[in-house]
Write a protein that binds this ligand. Structure first.
Ligand code: FAD
Length: 622
């Protein structure tokens, strides 16, 4: 039988994107022995792919911006379903986290007078996104990794070993969390992708920072890693997931050629002046401004165009509505026959600014379209359509510490729920990673102060090992690629942008059958870099998470943010008070309804009564 290499740490962080790295830095700075594990190469995470920027009310480009307006925009974007405490901490602390990154060496783009420049993005009242061209995530990861290396160099000098206090385990995938008899975290079990060797990390504190679930859908901006591992590990360990019905479809992914369908076209294209048109040349977004946002958006093209130069005297263009609104509008245009030749709509920035300016502001987009679609975005429009991008739902955590319901288990970043409510604003993820990554790292370190962890028995480790080996031993079993394709089509077609009760019921039936088949997955070959085996281990996670998404989406009989019900188009004030929490038990996933915390009155005062009347119940209003 295969050997298991054991390690013991104070804090184990699973995931090396922005949230994981920031958590690891925080835990290490508290003097804790910390491991960071990532299933991809170190440095390759969604965070590195982030283009547009990180939202923080620095007030550099418009001095009127404050954390209060950032909080208000975030709550508006999430349609009042955000955890108010998380939204508050995020808005308050994001500026310090950005400045700290700069202190650690990040080189953001500059204003004329040398401060960090900020760009416009959907749903943000002021220019707020600190950015580096359209490669912001790259700079963020580079800086955080540099900070990790700096800490390791200090340890090498002082302790003679760079890994003494902070060690990175790249290309290592965690397949199970291990809990002790009391239900508290005892460790994490996984395998090395390169040679198939097994590893067991014992620790009193584990931070999940595994990112999203996009690979459960067929059209997605997400890359191969995003199989909902952290969401599923948390569920199986006894934690609850909230907001799982809210999946963000980014309005603009590439639609052509088929091999690149879903790849992201950054919102910066619209933030910097790109307009959306249908096949009739109409700037259709003017027809899709919902009542709740009407007061803040331009009614004519002249006003919308005027806003780029003079935002004080013009209202924002409707292309910059929150993502859910724009995605639904594009979906409708295409369905009603006004789409582009390959089933999207047109996005044009070429008429807004000269080619040199586009090269400077959107270098990656220019390169991406030229290389992948032979389209020159400085001279012609792009074809774009919605793509599954981000999951608002995730592990229910305590705002201050990132602690989940399972003692010793923490979560931060995309795998955590609550912060973004029913819809995330662009730019609010990168700032979320920094604010709550740091908080989860501190929370995990504090727990390690007075908990040793109970260790993991041989018996328990062998059981994890047997489950990991099962697909290799299953001779004539089910092909994981076949089930994965079925899953992606089911989620895309039946639990996608616009949902209907009977379709989701069918999805649940299909998912139940897929769940049975995942017990019989077979991946012939050995353990050395065997992608079929890797998929066989990740697929049950995607199926489990998809069940949580679908159950919650069926249960929530209203439309809000990233959840649109064709059969329940209204937004209901009663549902605004409810979080659906998914748990995992012997009978699979089940849901409970839990009350959502109210917004403190001093923050509620940021909104007009007219606006509140659209969201709150009569009782709350009085
Ligand atoms: P990630 O950065 O996704 O990292 C997850 C980590 O977990 C990886 O290291 C992965 O290897 C690891 N992992 C996963 N499963 C396992 C496992 N089982 N075992 C071990 N390790 C595991 N947001 C913004 O705010 N602004 C933007 O401009 C922006 N642009 C984006 C552009 C694109 C193309 C995409 C896809 C997303 C964009 N987003 C943006 C969203 C944002 O990038 C992500 O939400 C965010 O980076 C998630 O960070 P994270 O730290 O939670 O996880």
């Amino acid at each position: 039988e295969a050997d298991i290499t054991r390690y013991r740490y104070d804090v184990v962080v699973i995931g090396a994107g922005g949230a994981g790295l920031r958590a690891a830095i925080a835990a290490r700075e508290q003097g804790k022995r910390t491991a960071v594990i990532s299933k991809s190469l170190f440095g390759k995470a969604h965070t590195v792919m982030a283009e547009g920027g990180a939202a923080a009310a620095l007030g550099n480009t418009n001095a009127d911006d404050t954390w209060h307006t950032h909080f208000r925009d975030t709550i508006r974007g999430g349609k009042f379903l955000n955890d108010p405490r998380m939204a508050e901490l995020h808005a308050r602390e994001a500026p310090d986290r950005i400045l700290e990154l700069e202190y650690w060496g990040a080189l953001f783009d500059r204003t004329g007078d040398g401060r960090i420049s900020q760009r416009n993005f959907g749903g943000h009242e002021y220019p707020r996104l600190a950015h580096v061209g359209d490669r912001t995530g790259l700079e963020m990861i580079r800086t955080l990794q540099q900070r990790v290396v700096a800490l390791q160099q200090a340890d090498a000098a002082e302790l003679g070993d760079p890994d003494a206090m902070l060690q990175v385990f790249a290309e290592t995938a965690v397949t199970e969390l291990v809990t002790d008899d009391s239900g508290a975290i005892a460790g994490a079990f996984g395998y090395r992708r390169v040679d198939g060797g097994f590893v067991l990390f014992e620790a009193p504190s584990v931070v999940l920072a595994t990112g999203g679930i996009g690979k459960a859908f067929s059209t997605t901006s997400n890359s191969w890693e995003y199989t909902g591992d952290g969401h599923a590990l948390a569920l199986r360990a006894g934690a609850s997931l909230i907001n799982m019905e809210f999946v963000q479809f980014h309005p603009t992914g590439m639609v052509w050629p088929p091999s690149v369908r879903g790849i992201l076209v950054t919102e910066s294209v619209r933030g910097d002046g790109g307009v959306l048109r249908n096949s009739e040349g109409e700037r259709f977004m003017f027809g899709y401004v919902p009542d709740v946002f009407r007061a803040q958006y331009a009614e004519t093209e002249a006003e919308a165009d005027g806003w780029y130069e003079d935002p004080s005297n013009n209202r924002r263009p409707p292309e910059l509505l929150p993502r859910d609104e724009v995605a639904r509008a594009i979906n409708t245009e295409v369905k009603e026959g006004r789409g582009s030749p390959h089933g999207g709509v047109f996005l044009d920035v070429s008429t807004r600014m000269p080619a040199e300016e586009i090269h400077k502001r959107l270098p990656s987009m220019h390169h991406q379209f030229k290389e992948l679609a032979d389209v020159d975005i400085t001279a012609e429009p792009m074809e774009v359509g919605p793509t599954c991008h981000y999951v608002m739902g995730g592990v229910r955590v305590e705002a201050e510490t990132g602690a989940s319901d399972v003692p010793g288990l923490f979560a931060a970043g995309e795998v955590a729920g609550g912060m973004h409510g029913s819809n995330r604003l662009g730019g609010n993820s990168l700032s979320d990673l920094l604010v709550f990554g740091r908080r989860a790292g501190l929370g995990a370190a504090a727990r390690a102060d007075d908990h040793q962890g109970s260790g993991v028995s041989e018996e328990r480790a062998s059981a994890s090992l047997a489950r990991a080996l099962a697909p290799l031993k299953q001779g004539q079993g089910v092909n994981p690629y076949t089930v994965h394709t079925e899953l992606q089509e089911t989620m895309n077609d039946l639990v996608g942008i616009v949902r209907k009760g009977p379709e989701m019921e069918e999805a649940l039936e299909r998912l139940a059958r897929m769940r049975e088949r995942t017990d019989m997955l077979s991946a012939p070959g050995d353990r050395v870099y065997n992608p079929g085996w890797h998929l066989a281990l990740a697929l049950p996670n995607m199926v489990l998470v998809s069940e949580a998404v679908t159950l919650a989406a069926l249960e929530r009989t209203e439309s809000r943010g990233g959840h649109t019900r064709d059969d329940h188009p209204e937004m209901s004030p009663q549902w605004r008070k409810v979080n659906l929490a998914a748990r995992h038990g012997d009978d699979g996933v089940s849901l409970t309804r839990q009350p959502l915390a109210g917004i403190p009155s001093e923050l509620l005062a940021l909104f007009d009564d007219d606006e509140l009347a659209k969201y709150l119940t009569e009782e709350e209003l009085s």
